[in-house]
Write a protein that binds this ligand. Sequence first.
Ligand code: PLP
Length: 360
Amino acid sequence: MSRAYNFCAGPAALPTAVLEQAQQEMLDYQGMGLSIMEMSHRDKVFVDIAEKAEQDLRDLMGISDDYAVLFLQGGASTQFAMVPMNLLGAGETADYINTGQWSKKAIKEAARYGNINVAASSEDTNFTTVPPQDTWQLSANPAYVHYCPNETIGGLEYSFIPEVGDTTLVADMSSTILSRPVDVNRFGLIYAGAQKNIGPAGLTLVIVRKDLLGKAGANVPAMLNYQTHADNGSMYNTPPTYAWYLAGLVFEWLKKQGGVANMAEINQRKAEKLYGFIDGSDFYSNPVEVISRSQMNVPFVLGDDRLDKPFLAEADAAGLLNLKGHRSVGGMRASIYNAVPEAAVDALIAFMADFEKRNA
Ligand SMILES: *Cc1c(COP(=O)(O)O)cnc(C)c1O
Protein backbone atom coordinates (compact mmCIF):
# COMPACT_ATOMS: atom_id res chain seq x y z
CA MET A 1 0.00 0.00 0.00
CA SER A 2 1.23 3.48 -0.71
CA ARG A 3 -0.40 6.72 0.32
CA ALA A 4 0.29 9.75 -1.84
CA TYR A 5 0.36 13.29 -0.52
CA ASN A 6 -3.12 14.67 -1.05
CA PHE A 7 -3.63 18.44 -1.32
CA CYS A 8 -7.32 18.25 -2.17
CA ALA A 9 -9.47 21.19 -0.98
CA GLY A 10 -12.29 18.82 -0.06
CA PRO A 11 -13.13 16.08 0.45
CA ALA A 12 -9.64 16.29 1.84
CA ALA A 13 -6.89 14.13 3.29
CA LEU A 14 -7.63 12.19 6.46
CA PRO A 15 -4.97 11.03 8.92
CA THR A 16 -3.65 7.63 7.87
CA ALA A 17 -3.84 6.41 11.47
CA VAL A 18 -7.57 7.20 11.50
CA LEU A 19 -8.22 5.32 8.27
CA GLU A 20 -6.25 2.34 9.56
CA GLN A 21 -8.32 2.21 12.72
CA ALA A 22 -11.52 2.48 10.71
CA GLN A 23 -10.27 -0.32 8.47
CA GLN A 24 -9.56 -2.53 11.45
CA GLU A 25 -12.99 -1.89 12.92
CA MET A 26 -14.86 -1.94 9.63
CA LEU A 27 -16.28 -5.48 9.50
CA ASP A 28 -16.56 -6.32 13.15
CA TYR A 29 -16.82 -3.41 15.55
CA GLN A 30 -15.28 -4.47 18.87
CA GLY A 31 -16.35 -8.10 18.56
CA MET A 32 -20.03 -7.29 17.98
CA GLY A 33 -20.05 -9.05 14.60
CA LEU A 34 -21.22 -6.07 12.58
CA SER A 35 -20.01 -2.77 11.19
CA ILE A 36 -20.89 0.59 12.71
CA MET A 37 -22.50 1.33 9.35
CA GLU A 38 -24.95 -1.50 9.98
CA MET A 39 -25.86 -0.56 13.53
CA SER A 40 -28.92 1.33 14.76
CA HIS A 41 -28.23 4.92 15.68
CA ARG A 42 -30.27 4.20 18.83
CA ASP A 43 -27.95 1.37 19.87
CA LYS A 44 -26.12 2.26 23.07
CA VAL A 45 -22.83 1.41 21.35
CA PHE A 46 -23.42 4.06 18.71
CA VAL A 47 -24.85 6.57 21.16
CA ASP A 48 -21.63 6.23 23.18
CA ILE A 49 -19.54 6.82 20.05
CA ALA A 50 -21.64 9.87 19.22
CA GLU A 51 -21.46 11.33 22.72
CA LYS A 52 -17.73 10.78 22.96
CA ALA A 53 -17.19 12.54 19.63
CA GLU A 54 -19.17 15.52 20.88
CA GLN A 55 -17.29 15.62 24.18
CA ASP A 56 -13.92 15.40 22.43
CA LEU A 57 -14.89 18.27 20.14
CA ARG A 58 -16.02 20.29 23.15
CA ASP A 59 -12.66 19.61 24.82
CA LEU A 60 -10.66 20.46 21.69
CA MET A 61 -12.45 23.76 21.05
CA GLY A 62 -13.34 24.68 24.63
CA ILE A 63 -17.08 24.72 23.91
CA SER A 64 -19.11 25.54 27.02
CA ASP A 65 -22.53 24.20 28.04
CA ASP A 66 -24.02 27.45 26.75
CA TYR A 67 -23.70 25.96 23.28
CA ALA A 68 -25.38 23.06 21.52
CA VAL A 69 -23.24 20.99 19.17
CA LEU A 70 -25.23 19.56 16.26
CA PHE A 71 -24.19 16.81 13.85
CA LEU A 72 -26.21 17.51 10.71
CA GLN A 73 -26.31 16.78 6.99
CA GLY A 74 -26.64 18.94 3.90
CA GLY A 75 -23.19 20.53 3.95
CA ALA A 76 -22.26 24.10 4.68
CA SER A 77 -24.43 25.03 1.70
CA THR A 78 -27.56 24.07 3.63
CA GLN A 79 -26.36 26.30 6.48
CA PHE A 80 -26.40 29.23 4.04
CA ALA A 81 -30.20 28.84 4.23
CA MET A 82 -30.63 27.48 7.74
CA VAL A 83 -28.87 30.44 9.35
CA PRO A 84 -31.35 33.05 8.07
CA MET A 85 -34.31 30.65 8.43
CA ASN A 86 -33.48 30.35 12.12
CA LEU A 87 -31.96 33.69 13.04
CA LEU A 88 -33.46 36.31 10.74
CA GLY A 89 -36.86 37.41 11.97
CA ALA A 90 -39.51 39.13 9.85
CA GLY A 91 -38.51 42.70 9.04
CA GLU A 92 -34.99 42.25 10.43
CA THR A 93 -31.73 42.80 8.57
CA ALA A 94 -28.64 40.60 8.59
CA ASP A 95 -25.18 41.92 7.78
CA TYR A 96 -22.78 39.95 5.59
CA ILE A 97 -19.13 40.50 4.73
CA ASN A 98 -18.24 39.50 1.18
CA THR A 99 -14.69 38.15 0.89
CA GLY A 100 -15.01 35.49 -1.78
CA GLN A 101 -16.94 32.76 -3.51
CA TRP A 102 -18.32 31.16 -0.34
CA SER A 103 -19.41 34.50 1.14
CA LYS A 104 -21.17 35.27 -2.11
CA LYS A 105 -23.08 32.03 -2.04
CA ALA A 106 -24.08 32.59 1.58
CA ILE A 107 -25.31 36.10 0.70
CA LYS A 108 -27.26 34.93 -2.32
CA GLU A 109 -29.02 32.25 -0.34
CA ALA A 110 -29.77 34.47 2.67
CA ALA A 111 -31.32 37.10 0.40
CA ARG A 112 -34.23 34.70 -0.20
CA TYR A 113 -35.27 35.03 3.43
CA GLY A 114 -34.96 38.66 4.37
CA ASN A 115 -33.06 41.92 4.17
CA ILE A 116 -29.36 41.46 3.66
CA ASN A 117 -26.88 44.29 4.03
CA VAL A 118 -23.46 43.60 2.52
CA ALA A 119 -21.53 45.66 5.06
CA ALA A 120 -18.15 45.27 3.35
CA SER A 121 -16.74 43.59 0.29
CA SER A 122 -13.31 43.01 -1.17
CA GLU A 123 -14.58 42.11 -4.61
CA ASP A 124 -12.80 45.23 -5.97
CA THR A 125 -9.42 43.64 -5.10
CA ASN A 126 -10.56 40.36 -6.62
CA PHE A 127 -10.87 39.02 -3.06
CA THR A 128 -7.18 39.31 -2.28
CA THR A 129 -7.80 41.43 0.83
CA VAL A 130 -10.00 41.40 3.93
CA PRO A 131 -11.78 44.73 4.35
CA PRO A 132 -10.50 46.31 7.59
CA GLN A 133 -13.20 46.32 10.19
CA ASP A 134 -13.22 50.12 10.51
CA THR A 135 -14.54 50.31 6.94
CA TRP A 136 -17.55 48.07 7.57
CA GLN A 137 -20.97 49.69 7.21
CA LEU A 138 -22.88 47.58 9.72
CA SER A 139 -26.59 48.27 9.94
CA ALA A 140 -28.13 49.81 13.03
CA ASN A 141 -29.45 46.66 14.65
CA PRO A 142 -28.64 43.56 12.61
CA ALA A 143 -30.05 40.16 13.55
CA TYR A 144 -26.50 38.84 13.08
CA VAL A 145 -23.22 39.47 11.27
CA HIS A 146 -22.06 36.66 9.00
CA TYR A 147 -18.55 36.15 7.68
CA CYS A 148 -16.32 33.43 6.29
CA PRO A 149 -13.06 33.34 8.31
CA ASN A 150 -11.28 31.33 5.62
CA GLU A 151 -12.23 31.54 1.97
CA THR A 152 -11.23 28.12 0.70
CA ILE A 153 -11.16 29.06 -2.98
CA GLY A 154 -9.32 32.38 -2.82
CA GLY A 155 -7.01 31.35 0.01
CA LEU A 156 -7.99 34.40 2.07
CA GLU A 157 -8.11 34.20 5.85
CA TYR A 158 -9.10 36.83 8.43
CA SER A 159 -6.29 37.68 10.80
CA PHE A 160 -8.87 38.84 13.37
CA ILE A 161 -12.25 37.91 14.81
CA PRO A 162 -14.70 40.71 14.05
CA GLU A 163 -15.71 42.82 17.03
CA VAL A 164 -19.50 43.18 16.94
CA GLY A 165 -20.37 43.85 20.56
CA ASP A 166 -23.62 42.19 21.59
CA THR A 167 -24.60 41.36 18.03
CA THR A 168 -24.65 37.67 17.12
CA LEU A 169 -21.57 36.71 15.12
CA VAL A 170 -22.01 33.82 12.65
CA ALA A 171 -19.04 32.14 10.95
CA ASP A 172 -18.68 29.66 8.11
CA MET A 173 -15.61 27.86 9.46
CA SER A 174 -15.73 24.98 6.99
CA SER A 175 -12.06 25.18 6.02
CA THR A 176 -10.45 26.56 9.17
CA ILE A 177 -12.21 24.86 12.09
CA LEU A 178 -9.75 23.03 14.36
CA SER A 179 -6.73 24.46 12.53
CA ARG A 180 -6.02 26.90 15.37
CA PRO A 181 -7.58 27.81 18.72
CA VAL A 182 -10.58 30.15 18.59
CA ASP A 183 -12.60 31.64 21.41
CA VAL A 184 -16.00 30.08 20.71
CA ASN A 185 -17.61 32.52 23.15
CA ARG A 186 -17.14 35.30 20.61
CA PHE A 187 -19.63 33.56 18.29
CA GLY A 188 -23.35 32.99 18.29
CA LEU A 189 -23.11 30.27 15.69
CA ILE A 190 -20.31 28.41 13.91
CA TYR A 191 -20.87 25.95 11.10
CA ALA A 192 -18.58 23.74 9.07
CA GLY A 193 -18.90 21.03 6.47
CA ALA A 194 -16.83 18.11 7.71
CA GLN A 195 -14.97 17.23 4.55
CA LYS A 196 -12.20 19.84 4.89
CA ASN A 197 -10.73 19.52 8.35
CA ILE A 198 -12.99 17.14 10.28
CA GLY A 199 -13.86 13.92 8.50
CA PRO A 200 -15.65 12.54 5.46
CA ALA A 201 -18.30 14.41 3.48
CA GLY A 202 -21.90 14.00 4.55
CA LEU A 203 -21.57 15.51 8.02
CA THR A 204 -21.99 19.17 8.93
CA LEU A 205 -21.16 20.58 12.34
CA VAL A 206 -23.12 23.41 13.90
CA ILE A 207 -22.12 24.99 17.20
CA VAL A 208 -24.91 27.30 18.31
CA ARG A 209 -25.47 29.31 21.48
CA LYS A 210 -28.56 27.88 23.12
CA ASP A 211 -30.34 31.21 23.55
CA LEU A 212 -30.49 31.44 19.74
CA LEU A 213 -32.60 28.29 19.47
CA GLY A 214 -36.35 28.46 19.07
CA LYS A 215 -36.46 31.61 16.95
CA ALA A 216 -37.40 29.93 13.67
CA GLY A 217 -40.76 30.80 12.14
CA ALA A 218 -43.63 28.29 12.16
CA ASN A 219 -43.20 27.53 8.46
CA VAL A 220 -39.59 26.36 8.86
CA PRO A 221 -39.44 22.58 8.27
CA ALA A 222 -38.55 20.50 11.32
CA MET A 223 -35.38 19.24 9.63
CA LEU A 224 -34.20 22.81 9.02
CA ASN A 225 -34.89 24.02 12.54
CA TYR A 226 -31.88 23.95 14.89
CA GLN A 227 -34.22 23.44 17.83
CA THR A 228 -35.36 20.08 16.44
CA HIS A 229 -31.80 18.77 16.33
CA ALA A 230 -30.79 20.28 19.66
CA ASP A 231 -33.83 18.68 21.35
CA ASN A 232 -33.03 15.28 19.87
CA GLY A 233 -29.28 15.00 20.24
CA SER A 234 -28.99 15.29 16.43
CA MET A 235 -30.99 12.06 16.16
CA TYR A 236 -34.40 13.38 15.16
CA ASN A 237 -33.88 11.35 12.03
CA THR A 238 -31.09 8.95 11.12
CA PRO A 239 -27.84 10.88 11.35
CA PRO A 240 -24.81 10.14 9.12
CA THR A 241 -23.56 7.54 11.59
CA TYR A 242 -20.39 6.43 9.86
CA ALA A 243 -19.24 9.99 9.15
CA TRP A 244 -19.96 10.89 12.77
CA TYR A 245 -17.87 7.93 13.96
CA LEU A 246 -15.00 8.89 11.65
CA ALA A 247 -15.13 12.51 12.84
CA GLY A 248 -14.86 11.09 16.36
CA LEU A 249 -11.73 9.19 15.38
CA VAL A 250 -10.26 12.42 13.97
CA PHE A 251 -11.04 14.24 17.24
CA GLU A 252 -9.27 11.47 19.19
CA TRP A 253 -6.34 11.74 16.81
CA LEU A 254 -6.21 15.52 17.29
CA LYS A 255 -6.12 15.09 21.06
CA LYS A 256 -3.21 12.67 20.68
CA GLN A 257 -1.38 15.26 18.55
CA GLY A 258 -1.54 17.67 21.46
CA GLY A 259 -4.78 19.38 20.52
CA VAL A 260 -5.56 22.41 18.42
CA ALA A 261 -2.81 24.63 19.86
CA ASN A 262 -0.22 22.14 18.71
CA MET A 263 -1.83 21.77 15.29
CA ALA A 264 -1.75 25.56 14.98
CA GLU A 265 2.02 25.58 15.44
CA ILE A 266 2.50 22.90 12.82
CA ASN A 267 0.04 24.60 10.45
CA GLN A 268 1.80 27.91 10.81
CA ARG A 269 5.15 26.30 10.05
CA LYS A 270 3.73 24.49 7.00
CA ALA A 271 2.17 27.68 5.63
CA GLU A 272 5.23 29.85 6.28
CA LYS A 273 7.46 27.38 4.46
CA LEU A 274 5.24 27.25 1.41
CA TYR A 275 4.55 31.00 1.17
CA GLY A 276 8.21 31.66 1.87
CA PHE A 277 9.21 29.49 -1.04
CA ILE A 278 6.60 31.06 -3.37
CA ASP A 279 7.67 34.61 -2.41
CA GLY A 280 11.33 33.75 -2.90
CA SER A 281 10.72 32.56 -6.44
CA ASP A 282 10.18 34.61 -9.62
CA PHE A 283 8.39 31.66 -11.15
CA TYR A 284 5.49 31.17 -8.73
CA SER A 285 3.27 33.79 -7.13
CA ASN A 286 0.37 34.24 -4.75
CA PRO A 287 -1.75 37.42 -5.01
CA VAL A 288 -3.21 37.60 -1.49
CA GLU A 289 -2.14 40.40 0.89
CA VAL A 290 0.39 38.87 3.26
CA ILE A 291 -1.54 39.38 6.51
CA SER A 292 -4.65 37.68 5.09
CA ARG A 293 -3.08 34.62 3.55
CA SER A 294 -4.81 31.38 4.40
CA GLN A 295 -2.92 28.83 6.45
CA MET A 296 -5.10 26.07 5.05
CA ASN A 297 -5.48 26.82 1.32
CA VAL A 298 -2.51 28.14 -0.61
CA PRO A 299 -3.33 29.18 -4.18
CA PHE A 300 -0.47 29.97 -6.52
CA VAL A 301 0.04 30.59 -10.21
CA LEU A 302 2.91 29.89 -12.57
CA GLY A 303 4.23 32.81 -14.57
CA ASP A 304 3.26 31.03 -17.78
CA ASP A 305 -0.07 29.22 -17.60
CA ARG A 306 0.91 26.98 -20.52
CA LEU A 307 2.99 25.18 -17.90
CA ASP A 308 -0.07 24.40 -15.74
CA LYS A 309 -0.81 21.11 -17.45
CA PRO A 310 2.72 19.69 -17.30
CA PHE A 311 3.04 20.92 -13.71
CA LEU A 312 -0.08 19.03 -12.66
CA ALA A 313 0.80 15.89 -14.62
CA GLU A 314 4.30 15.74 -13.20
CA ALA A 315 3.10 16.49 -9.67
CA ASP A 316 0.61 13.66 -9.99
CA ALA A 317 3.31 11.28 -11.17
CA ALA A 318 5.42 12.34 -8.17
CA GLY A 319 2.60 11.43 -5.78
CA LEU A 320 1.48 15.01 -5.12
CA LEU A 321 -2.24 14.91 -5.82
CA ASN A 322 -5.07 17.38 -6.38
CA LEU A 323 -3.09 20.58 -6.81
CA LYS A 324 -5.35 22.04 -9.49
CA GLY A 325 -6.85 25.38 -8.48
CA HIS A 326 -10.59 25.93 -8.31
CA ARG A 327 -12.19 26.28 -11.74
CA SER A 328 -13.18 29.86 -10.93
CA VAL A 329 -9.61 31.09 -10.29
CA GLY A 330 -7.35 28.69 -12.21
CA GLY A 331 -3.72 28.02 -11.38
CA MET A 332 -2.86 25.77 -8.48
CA ARG A 333 -4.01 25.38 -4.92
CA ALA A 334 -2.39 23.34 -2.18
CA SER A 335 -4.76 22.65 0.69
CA ILE A 336 -2.70 21.85 3.74
CA TYR A 337 -5.23 20.92 6.39
CA ASN A 338 -4.40 19.25 9.71
CA ALA A 339 -4.14 15.79 8.14
CA VAL A 340 -1.56 16.92 5.56
CA PRO A 341 1.81 16.30 7.22
CA GLU A 342 4.71 18.72 7.15
CA ALA A 343 6.60 16.18 5.04
CA ALA A 344 3.99 16.69 2.31
CA VAL A 345 4.74 20.40 2.22
CA ASP A 346 8.48 19.67 2.09
CA ALA A 347 7.93 17.27 -0.81
CA LEU A 348 5.78 19.82 -2.63
CA ILE A 349 8.39 22.56 -2.24
CA ALA A 350 11.15 20.23 -3.49
CA PHE A 351 9.02 19.34 -6.51
CA MET A 352 8.21 23.00 -7.23
CA ALA A 353 11.89 23.96 -7.02
CA ASP A 354 12.86 21.18 -9.39
CA PHE A 355 10.05 22.02 -11.83
CA GLU A 356 11.12 25.66 -11.80
CA LYS A 357 14.74 24.73 -12.52
CA ARG A 358 13.70 22.68 -15.52
CA ASN A 359 11.15 25.14 -16.92
CA ALA A 360 12.09 28.68 -15.91
C1 PLP B 1 -16.50 23.71 1.05
C2 PLP B 1 -17.08 24.94 1.61
C3 PLP B 1 -18.46 25.19 1.57
C4 PLP B 1 -19.45 24.25 0.91
O1 PLP B 1 -19.55 23.09 1.64
P1 PLP B 1 -20.57 21.93 1.20
O2 PLP B 1 -20.39 20.98 2.33
O3 PLP B 1 -20.09 21.40 -0.11
O4 PLP B 1 -21.92 22.50 1.12
C5 PLP B 1 -18.93 26.35 2.15
N1 PLP B 1 -18.11 27.22 2.73
C6 PLP B 1 -16.77 27.01 2.78
C7 PLP B 1 -15.89 28.02 3.43
C8 PLP B 1 -16.22 25.87 2.21
O5 PLP B 1 -14.90 25.65 2.27
